[in-house]
Ligand binder design. Structure first.
Ligand SMILES: [Zn+2]
Length: 108
């Protein structure tokens, strides 16, 4: 996929623009392309922001259309057992300023 080097103002939405807008709205665009898209949006293009808004509105509508469910208590417990040690390990590394210390009971 060619990367535009100079500021472009699109006249119409293309498949490439829609793909970039969709990925960007989902936070799935590669960091380099996201930065380029950001810059492009700030450059005054009128097509890309409206495409992006459309995808963002669709994402919001999708989220609201899903029925709200409370997870079973046992599932929540299992999930927390899995993610809590990793989250704790991350906190310990940051607090130690680079020196790694494993939380008790974890294998690192
Ligand atoms: Zn554009």
């Amino acid at each position: 996929m060619p990367k535009p080097r100079k500021a472009t103002h699109h006249r119409a939405a293309t498949a490439e623009i829609r793909e970039a807008a969709a990925l960007y709205s989902a936070g799935s665009l590669e960091p380099e392309r996201a930065a380029q898209f950001d810059k492009h949006l700030q450059g005054g293009c009128t097509v890309c922001p409206s495409e992006l808004r459309a995808f963002q509105e669709t994402a919001v509508q999708l989220a609201h259309s899903l029925p709200e469910r409370k997870p079973p208590t046992a599932l929540r417990g299992r999930l927390m057992d899995r993610i809590a040690p990793k989250a704790l390990a991350r906190v310990l590394v940051r607090a130690g300023e680079g020196a790694h210390s494993s939380p008790p009971g974890s294998r690192a």
